[in-house]
Design a protein around this ligand. Structure first.
Ligand SMILES: *Cc1c(COP(=O)(O)O)cnc(C)c1O
Length: 378
């Protein structure tokens, strides 16, 4: 059997510890992409490993219709970090599923079908979330997708106000677009989205799958904008490496969410992993660390005399827009400097490190970037 979905990279990864990954020859790599942001508390965090180990021995799985203490502990922990009045949660296995549920719940609760999403937005690869994703390349071969999606330019208040009407079920936005190039919502935009959805009785949905869990320097990115949505989705780092997603909902959504379900929803092992991950983020004050190291990283990147067009983002979600293709730089970073990072489109190098990184790690990455950028222009 061979993989056909991914073009595999020429490094075989076998082991991980905190911010580092190790290949089959035990070479060390600084994982500044956190493996798509999943390793938010670092790889194999001891608290997560120990929670998983004890839970897997006690009860590996039970269906979600039976209460279970591991799942209850996660519910309790989520309640302490959830923004505003989002006191209801649906647990699933991935980001795209969390968004699928958000779309279903919003349609059911409003009785409407139209969803307004943003150009350059990314929400996942299953048929509903894919319909809300912007990039035509991801969608065209699979059409027809779920219907009634309308796209507006991200950050344009007027276009948003025009698109949202009394027939709108949801406005779905990333507070800071990730895949689309690391684009923070401009000042006032999310407030405008909050106002127009309130006026029309539509659900405001924030996809915080990439921006959440402290990455941007606050627990949720929406806190920086002072806006609480009706539905918020989380995944990626939530399980400390295990697959889990969550859809947090306000009461008016939860009360009329419609029938939904999934076999693996809220399994005890992933619940224990997520509870340990959230506790780690809080106990180790990783949100503050993301803010601090993130601003250090951004000021160092912006300070030099480098062929960089712009540095964007918040906290440890950073996009470095370069003048040449990002992929060649990423290859140089990995092969010559042992630094793994991610692209966000053709010309943006995306840094999404574990929230446990130090100034020294950030400095190392800046130096490595300087080096590959000068090589690329030489
Ligand atoms: C990664 C991501 C998703 C999809 O999550 P999967 O777990 O890959 O399905 C959705 N939205 C955003 C903003 C993401 O970054």
């Amino acid at each position: 059997m061979s993989s056909f979905v991914y073009s595999e990279k020429p490094i075989q990864i076998e082991r991980g510890e905190d911010v580092y990954l190790y290949d089959d020859a035990d070479n060390e790599y600084l994982d500044f992409g956190a493996s798509y942001g999943v390793a938010a508390v670092g790889h194999c965090h001891p608290e997560v490993v120990s929670a998983v180990k004890s839970q897997v021995e006690k009860l590996t799985f039970v269906q979600a219709s039976y209460p279970n203490s591991a799942r209850d502990a996660l519910y309790e922990k989520l309640a302490t970090v959830a923004p505003g009045n989002l006191e209801n949660v649906w647990l699933c296995n991935s980001g795209t599923e969390a968004n699928e549920a958000a779309l279903k719940f919003a349609r059911s609760a409003t009785g409407n079908s139209k969803v307004v999403a943003a150009q350059r937005g990314f929400h996942g690869r299953t048929m509903g979330s894919l319909a809300a994703t912007w990039k035509p390349k991801y969608k065209t071969p699979f059409e027809p997708l779920a219907g009634d999606f309308e796209f507006v330019p991200f950050g344009d208040e007027e276009a948003l106000n025009e698109a949202v009407d009394d027939d709108t079920a949801a406005v779905l936005l990333e507070p800071i677009q990730g895949e689309g190039g690391v684009n923070p919502a401009p000042e006032g935009y999310l407030q405008a989205a909050r106002e127009v959805t309130e006026e029309t009785g539509s659900a405001l949905v924030f996809d915080e799958i990439q921006t959440g869990l402290g990455r941007t320097g606050t627990f949720w990115a929406c806190e920086q904008y002072g806006v609480v949505p009706d539905i918020l989705t989380s995944a990626k780092g939530l399980g400390g490496g295990l697959p889990i997603g969550a859809t947090l909902c306000a009461d008016w959504i939860a009360e009329d969410a419609g029938p939904h379900g999934s076999t693996f929803s809220g399994g005890p092992v992933v619940s224990a992993a997520a509870e340990a991950t959230l506790s780690t983020i809080v106990d180790e004050e990783l949100v503050g660390n993301a803010a601090e190291i993130g601003s250090h990283l951004q000021s160092k990147l912006g300070g030099g005399d480098l062929p960089i067009r712009s540095v964007r983002g918040e906290g440890l979600m950073v996009g470095v827009e370069v003048k040449r293709g990002a992929n060649r730089l990423l290859k140089g970073l990995a092969m010559n400097h042992g630094v793994l990072a991610l692209p966000a489109g053709r010309t943006v190098v995306r840094l999404l490190p574990p929230l446990t990184v130090t100034e020294a790690h950030a400095d190392h990455v800046v130096e490595a970037l300087e080096d590959v950028l000068t090589e690329a222009t030489a």
